[in-house]
Design a protein around this ligand. Structure first.
Ligand SMILES: NC(=O)c1ccc[n+]([C@@H]2O[C@H](COP(=O)([O-])OP(=O)(O)OC[C@H]3O[C@@H](n4cnc5c(N)ncnc54)[C@H](OP(=O)(O)O)[C@@H]3O)[C@@H](O)[C@H]2O)c1
Length: 214
């Protein structure tokens, strides 16, 4: 399994304002690059707060693209995902997984969502190593984690992030904004997870920085 974390942030590493507005921080060229990244992965994963706030499709939408769509995965311990959201409505066309820590919700199953029941840790959330193993058993071995900040932090804390694709827009949101990576419980700098930059590109007005685990 390879796991890539995608971040689309302000210069100061924020993914949304305090009120949750996030569309769009980065420009069109960055967003197109993200669609190309999705096309190179088997599955795109988000936390349920992102699914609720943005109602995303998480599909590859590129002119002339007719390749496979990545599966969509939502970490959603208690299955709070709305039956009316785009992910659920499209579940019959594109494989859509909800990873929960309670038995599957009948409504989601009836809509064609594949509910993976995974054991819980900590705040009753699915244990990420088990999540990754379960997804690998489903044939999904290249995973693109698209946030939000809490989910990004969980993957980093578990040492599961192999690469980071960071799109950074020339805008400042400030400290009240939502962080791209939530709490990591880093007590000393020596403990902080390190990454090695492999490439920097300009995409429109934004910078695209690529990192791999050091
Ligand atoms: N700029 C961007 O590209 C971008 C990208 C993504 C999101 N966003 C923005 O980010 C905001 C949402 O981010 P967020 O940090 O609040 O939430 P999030 O990371 O999207 O979702 C967090 C939720 O996921 C569930 N979860 C299940 N397993 C988890 C685990 N192992 N670790 C962490 N969470 C787990 C938890 O809910 P349960 O306990 O109920 O399971 C948790 O509350 C929105 O405003 C969205 O617009 C921006």
């Amino acid at each position: 399994m390879t796991i890539t974390l995608k971040l689309a942030t302000s210069l100061d590493g924020r993914i949304a304002t305090a009120a949750g507005e996030s569309r769009w921080i980065t420009g069109e060229a960055s967003r197109e690059a993200v669609h190309r990244l999705r096309a190179q992965h088997d599955a795109v994963l988000v936390g349920v707060e992102t699914a609720l706030a943005d109602d995303p499709e998480l599909t590859v939408r590129l002119p002339g693209y007719n390749g496979p769509q990545p599966a969509r995965v939502v970490l959603d311990s208690r299955q709070r995902l709305s039956p009316d959201c785009r992910l659920v409505k499209g579940a019959r066309e594109i494989p859509t997984y909800v990873v929960a820590t309670i038995p599957p919700d009948r409504g989601l199953l009836a809509a064609g969502v594949r509910v993976l029941h995974v054991r819980a840790v900590g705040e009753d959330r699915p244990e990420l190593r088990t999540v990754v193993e379960t997804l690998a058993r489903e044939g999904l071995s290249r995973l693109l984690v698209e946030g939000g900040g809490q989910v990004a932090a969980s993957f980093v804390r578990c040492g599961l992030v192999d690469a980071i694709e960071w799109f950074r827009a020339p805008v400042l949101i400030g400290g009240e904004g939502r962080p791209a990576v939530g709490a990591l419980a880093v007590a000393a700098l020596a403990e902080a997870p390190h990454f090695r930059r492999t490439e920097v590109r300009e995409v429109g007005d934004d910078l695209w920085e690529r990192y791999e685990r050091a």
